[in-house]
Design a protein around this ligand. Structure first.
Ligand code: RFL
Ligand code: PHB
Length: 393
């Protein structure tokens, strides 16, 4: 039987960063991850780190590669009716965002753990959480060799994403769930070709939403809105490129779609989800385990980072000074920012996608909102300040 102070389930950005922050304050933690190290380091997901996320990663000493390889952006475009309308984030807010892949953040955090000998157990299975309502919760699981283990803890952190085991460990009557499914999904591709434009382009087109993003000067990331039940096998590379070409067509002479070999493709459903509260007894949820936003606002990873920043401080107070105020207010503190991001992500999604259930009235409203956002400094500033990230609470 092993013991640690904080048992962390999940080695995504939330779990790894929480472990890093706790160890840095002298608190012991163990991270348990269902997948292999190779799998979590290769999983292609988020690309945009907002301003407060970058500042935090720098401040705690894991920003070296991000500073060297991340791509700072001072604006992005909204494209509709084939025309680009730039949202000048830096001019409007004084902030920048940085394009740096989530798997790079994950790699940097795993490397930092390895260097310092901080424990992460990969490829564990049958993880179960016990005694959450006591001061001595524990986790049972099988390790990579199939051996049954028990980890006794002071606190558990559920950082195991939307499909993990932590959230379902909370009795249904103790929590309220908020859910919205959208009638579309994103088909994402990673292509070995230089970006077709230096900035991100969020495109509204009658055939559906499209997004031009990137990972590096040699690698482009692109997304297409597809029906929610779409099968990836129905999308050949040729079909993907021709659909992108149609939706991204523009009068902007600085843009021409660059094609290249597709390195990765996949379909992601779109949903909004929140559980309240984000804790139960000695279990604290963080990141996608507690909330999901559709990716249009680029908020998911950033919310995960913000949660664990609040949680790490609260756990330091609890475990080093026996003060409970911050753990008691953890959920309320996070939920304020979570709901702001929920609204922003829903708003960006609604403004930019083609909703198959919409009527002509809805479509006119949508176009009006796009035109207003593109032409009003006040509307653009509101969008830019949400996008660049509101300061940590
Ligand atoms: P993760 O990254 O899902 O990590 C959870 C980890 O828990 C493990 N796990 C378990 N481990 C042990 N036992 C179990 N029973 C377990 N069950 C699961 C999993 O293997 C995994 O390693 O959650 P976390 O840390 O909360 O991080 C959240 C982010 O991953 C997510 O919000 C973002 O990727 C969302 N997102 C974006 N966020 C942004 O901030 N900016 C973006 O530009 C952005 N773009 C995106 C996105 C997500 C996307 N997809 C694929 C969902 C674009 C896309 C297409
Ligand atoms: C990405 O580059 O993967 C990306 C960028 C912006 C988003 C979502 C994803 O809103």
């Amino acid at each position: 039987m092993a013991r640690t102070q904080v048992g962390i389930i999940g080695a995504g950005p939330a779990g790894l960063l929480l472990s890093y922050l706790l160890h840095s304050e002298g608190i012991e933690a163990v991270v348990l991850e269902a997948r292999s190290r190779e799998y979590v380091e290769k999983r292609v997901r988020a690309g945009v780190c907002e301003h407060p996320t970058v500042e935090l990663l720098r401040e705690i000493g894991v920003g070296t590669r991000l500073d060297a390889e991340g791509l700072p952006h001072q604006g992005f475009s909204l494209r509709f009716d084939g025309q680009d309308h730039r949202i000048a984030i830096t001019e409007l807010t004084g902030k920048t965002i940085t394009v740096y892949g989530q798997q790079e953040v994950v790699k940097d955090l795993i490397a930092a753990h390895e260097e310092r000998g901080w424990p992460i157990e990969f490829e564990v299975s049958e993880v179960a959480l016990h005694d959450l309502e006591t001061k001595n919760p524990h986790i049972t699981y099988r390790d990579v060799d199939g051996v049954e283990r028990r980890l006794d803890c002071d606190v558990l952190a559920g950082c195991d994403g939307f499909h993990g085991v932590s959230r379902p460990s909370i009795p249904a009557e103790r929590a309220k769930m908020f859910n919205r499914d959208y009638p579309f999904a994103w088909l994402g591709v990673l292509a070995r070709t230089p970006p077709s434009h230096e900035e991100l382009i969020y495109t509204h087109h009658p055939r559906g939403f499209a997004l031009h993003s990137m990972r590096s000067p040699e690698v482009t990331r692109l997304y297409l809105q597809v029906p929610h039940d779409e099968k990836i096998d129905d999308w050949s590379d040729d079909r993907i490129w021709s659909e992108l070409a149609e939706r991204l067509e523009t009068s902007n002479k600085d843009f021409s779609l660059r094609e290249g070999p597709i390195l990765d493709k996949g379909i992601t459903p779109m949903r909004s989800f929140v559980i309240e509260p984000m804790s139960h007894g000695r279990l604290f949820l963080a990141g996608d385990a507690a909330h999901i936003v559709p990716p249009t606002g680029a908020k998911g990873m950033n919310l995960a980072v913000a949660d664990v920043r609040v949680l790490s401080r609260a756990l330091v107070e609890l475990l080093q000074h026996k003060r409970t105020e911050l753990v008691e207010s953890y959920s309320d503190t996070c939920l304020k920012r979570v709901w702001r991001a929920e609204h922003f992500s829903w708003y960006m999604t609604s403004m930019l996608h083609v909703d198959p259930t919409a009527d002509d009235f809805d479509r006119r409203l949508q176009l009006s909102q796009l035109r207003y956002t593109a032409s009003s400094r006040a509307a653009a500033t509101s969008l830019a300040e949400n996008y660049a990230g509101l300061p940590f609470v």
